[in-house]
Write a new protein. Structure first.
Length: 66
């Protein structure tokens, strides 16, 4: 089974003096996305664990984090 994976996260608060822009996002695509999140506490790391456990092939699309 192939499963597409994408992620978007933005952490902010009301005390931020500047707005978040596109330049503030760290973007990963393809295998780079999976490598970046492997062995972390990010949701995508959980997808990697489940994919191994259930013999699924992940299709990494995009991950953007600020």
């Amino acid at each position: 089974m192939r499963v597409a994976v994408a992620g978007f996260s933005h952490e902010s608060n009301t005390f931020a003096s500047q707005p978040t822009t596109l330049d503030d996002f760290l973007v990963h695509t393809g295998q780079s996305m999976l490598d970046h999140h492997a062995d972390t506490y990010h949701e995508i790391a959980g997808y990697l664990v489940a994919a191994t456990e259930y013999d699924m092939q992940l299709l990494p699309l995009l991950s953007a984090n600020a």
